[in-house]
Design a protein around this ligand. Structure first.
Ligand SMILES: [Fe+2]
Length: 209
């Protein structure tokens, strides 16, 4: 949402997107609202259009809006599952992974935008891989949920890569390989913080890993 607000859409559309996200932010930051209000808010039908100077096409925006909708839906589904299992919702801090990737984004446009999309692709692709690795060890409900998630993530990473190539004048292969090396280091090097995208753990933590 941050990417399309920054790079792609006109002012009214940007405000509409922000208003759409607001209940989720309130829930996460201030614990306001509940699953039922968030689930009702999933429907989003306002038109989101490119700003005049944007090179990005309507089909990119439509794809990204769909991606946001899917991620919000997944968030609600997670809330539903943890509620049914009596697990309270808690915020956790972000691990080093995304920040570690984004710290290598170039500072000039359009290269910065291309790099951010490539980072997005890696985050989605790595999620896809990890959901696939974990799914066989889970109970039936979670197994089905993880498989549905990995299918979405597989689509999302391809969407990000396609868009990265479409906004770049040059072939993006070299940048994809560049971020691939950084990403490999982030997942293989020692890490003290156990998260979905963390690196190799150096000590046992409360999860028993
Ligand atoms: Fe995703």
């Amino acid at each position: 949402m941050w990417l399309i607000r920054k790079y792609a859409v006109d002012k009214d559309s940007a405000n509409n997107l922000l208003a759409w996200l607001e209940p989720y932010e309130k829930f996460v930051c201030r614990k306001e609202g509940d699953l039922d209000t968030l689930a009702k808010n999933l429907k989003f039908s306002k038109s989101i259009v490119p700003k005049a100077e944007s090179k990005l096409r309507q089909d990119f925006i439509d794809k990204m809006v769909l991606l946001i909708k899917e991620e919000l839906h997944h968030f609600c589904r997670v809330l539903e599952i943890i509620r049914s299992r009596g697990i309270p919702y808690e915020n956790i801090t972000a691990g080093r992974y995304a920040k570690g990737l984004m710290s290598h984004v170039r500072t000039h446009e359009p290269e910065a935008f291309v790099d951010k999309l490539i980072c997005g692709a890696y985050i989605e692709a790595r999620s896809c891989e990890r959901f696939a690795q974990l799914a066989p060890y889970l109970d039936d409900e979670l197994n089905k949920f993880y498989i549905s998630l990995l299918r979405s993530e597989a689509r999302h990473y391809q969407d990000y890569l396609t868009q990265a190539q479409s906004v770049s004048d040059k072939d993006i292969t070299e940048r994809v390989i560049f971020f691939g090396k950084i990403e490999a280091d982030l997942i293989k090097s020692p890490d003290t913080d156990f998260k979905f995208h963390s690196g190799m753990l150096t000590k046992f933590n409360s999860f028993g890993f």
